[in-house]
Design a protein around this ligand. Structure first.
Ligand SMILES: [Zn+2]
Length: 615
């Protein structure tokens, strides 16, 4: 096989997966029994006595509630036959009788195609930079952040005009429509077949690979249009979870300090760079993925986690810690005062304060200790936080370091080292866990997939169960109403899939989410639908969403209004009458909307048909 290369595009991959009989493939390794729409058997990846391994042929994936093993036919063959990706696809293609397009490595045609895509993205970047000059709305948004036009362009920021075809018209003389569609710059409406600009009336941010080549764009809306951030679609070239935004520019500074700062958003990265911390990269709106942690580990010995200071941001940091420690990285945690993120803190407190905060970021143990309540407080709350801290430091790869971190926790809390050690789990090893017997599937369930707030999980579950009916609805639900980052991530992935796909397919959906969300996606997809297709039952299932959606919307607007209060206060103190009036008006507007939604909720709850949704 060494001298033959297969040209495995996303289309080829899809064809091979579609032609593969997943139940027959996996059934050869373990006996499967049909239960509802899925098949169940003993997990081939871990030892168990009662089956917790599911295969869902329609959605093309397997999932084990016991050990968390999951994937499609390709990952199954890779795991069991120890094959590389291309070999696994070739193996399945032979098995299913699908002919693969063969090529010699890097034939002229392939290279030309890749070059054209890269050129189209570079041309789009130049167009957006040029368009920024004439886009008053985009310039105003940047000015509010203290960014001049020249400075913004220096950071790879541009603007997409408020038009359906400005980019299309400009580039179509030089590039084939197919190239522009493939590079994600244009998109095609599945209903009408119309082709139009993907990014419209937005501030655009170039996303480069480590060498500085444009791979795609992030694009922020100017007002409240949803989604707030729209990214280039996921392709084999552009995969958000495997990239770190800003690495091309940050590389040198990271090497110099042997330290990287990891933040959530594009503008956080830009804010820190402007404050002189050039060694900053962003995980682009998601919690750090294992692939991003690998990338960080290749560049820096120390990482400062500087996610937002709000509860979601702190949760994201706590998820990043074990990933970083497991890769031998020394970790610090920066929490900015007042729930600020680096971008808002730069605006509120200035460059010097932001730089000082970074320099004073406490080492991991100190940061963990700061969030453990003192000995006088509620013992169970204290124990929970302490256990969380022990679990995090137990992921340190180096045994000596692990001992040092545990000792420091022991000294800081006064809890004897032996007690902490007793509650420490073994560091996580990649791959399936070889365990015999073990707890039941239900007991392990919570261990392998994250717990979401109940209302949010119910909404996701209802949408995924009745996808045919839910698909048009998905576009109208703003992602902001989900508070849990994983819920938001899965919902955003559903929106992306809804634009193109009639059916929900595991590999497609999983390619849109980070590793943390994968198990939950699998669990939700394994639910039996309430009804197939457009039946009354399916529609009723979706109607039940109305109440939890209203509740989430109300909560979201109330939080938004509460967040305005400190700004109003600041405007009052600084005597900025205009800002004060504008913010007060905004807050009043939110209050009116909340009152309206509450009235709607009240009348919904009174309706007899909604009784089952009340609970
Ligand atoms: Zn298993």
């Amino acid at each position: 096989m060494a001298d033959v290369y297969y040209d495995i595009t996303d289309d080829v991959k899809r064809d091979v997966l579609a032609a593969t009989d997943l139940v027959a493939l996996i059934g050869a390794a373990t006996a499967l029994k049909k239960t509802g729409r899925s098949w169940k058997g003993l997990c081939p990846f871990h030892n168990e006595k009662t089956p917790s391994f599911h295969v869902h042929p329609e959605k093309g994936f397997y999932y084990c509630f016991g050990c968390g093993a999951k994937g499609d036919a390709i990952s199954f063959v890779r795991e069991t036959e120890r094959l590389e990706f291309a070999e696994a696809v070739a193996y399945l293609a032979r098995r299913a009788g699908v002919a693969l397009p063969v090529r010699k490595s890097g034939t002229r045609v392939d290279r030309a195609k890749e070059t054209r895509t890269a050129e189209a993205l570079a041309a789009a970047a130049a167009f957006f930079r040029y368009a920024l000059r004439r886009h008053a709305g985009a310039l105003a948004l940047l000015e509010k952040r203290g960014l001049s036009e020249e400075e913004a362009v220096g950071f790879g920021i541009g603007a997409a005009p408020d038009s359906w075809d400005a980019l299309k018209t400009t580039l179509s003389g030089r590039f084939a429509e197919e190239t522009l569609l493939e590079s994600g710059l244009l998109q095609k409406s599945p209903e009408t077949g119309r082709v139009y600009d993907r990014f419209r009336n937005r501030v655009t941010i170039e996303i480069h690979d480590a060498r500085g080549e444009v791979l795609g764009f992030g694009a922020r809306s100017l007002g409240d249009e949803m989604p707030k951030y729209l990214n280039s679609p996921e392709t084999s070239r552009f995969s958000k979870g495997k990239l770190l935004y800003g690495l091309d520019r940050a590389k040198e500074a990271i090497r110099k300090h042997d330290t990287a700062i990891i933040v959530e958003g594009y503008f956080d990265r830009i804010a820190l760079a402007r404050a002189g911390c050039e060694n900053t990269v962003a995980s682009m709106g998601t919690a750090l993925t294992p692939a991003q942690a690998d990338l960080l580990a290749r560049h820096a010995a120390t990482v400062i986690a500087a996610y937002d200071g709000d509860p979601a941001g702190i949760a994201a940091s706590y998820k990043a810690f074990p990933l970083l420690l497991a890769r031998g990285i020394s970790v610090k945690h920066l929490v900015l005062p007042g729930g600020h993120d680096p971008d808002s803190y730069l605006a509120a407190a200035g460059a010097e304060a932001l730089r000082a905060a970074v320099e004073g970021a406490p080492a991991l143990v100190a940061a963990l200790l700061a969030r453990i309540p003192g000995p006088g407080s509620d013992p169970s709350a204290r124990a929970a936080r302490l256990r969380e801290a022990v679990e995090i430091v137990s992921q340190a790869r180096d045994t000596v370091l692990r001992h040092e971190l545990l000792s420091a926790l022991s000294r800081g809390t006064g809890v004897p080292l032996a007690v902490l050690r007793g509650s420490a789990p073994a560091p996580e090893r990649p791959g399936p866990r070889p365990e015999a017997g073990g707890p039941s599937a239900d007991e392990r369930r919570s261990g392998t997939s994250p717990q979401l707030p109940e209302g949010e999980e119910r909404i996701l579950s209802a949408l995924m169960m009745d996808w045919v009916d839910a698909r048009p609805l998905v576009r109208r639900i703003p992602p902001e109403i989900f508070s849990h980052p994983i819920a938001k991530e899965i919902f955003t992935a559903l929106r992306a899939v809804a634009e193109t796909d009639q059916t929900l397919d595991f590999s497609e959906l999983e390619s849109h989410v980070g590793a943390d969300a994968g198990p939950l996606v699998a669990r939700l997809l394994l639910q039996e639908p309430t009804a197939s297709g457009k039946t009354e039952e399916g529609v009723r299932g979706l109607a039940r969403l109305h109440i939890p959606l209203l509740q989430l919307k109300i909560r979201h607007l109330e939080e938004k209004a509460a967040a305005l209060q400190p700004e109003i206060h600041r405007a009052e103190i600084s005597g900025d009458k205009n800002a004060h009036a504008r913010l007060s008006r905004e807050k009043h507007g939110l209050a009116v909307e909340v009152a309206r939604l509450k009235a709607e909720l009240k009348s919904e709850l009174r309706r007899p048909s909604s009784r089952d949704a009340r609970e």
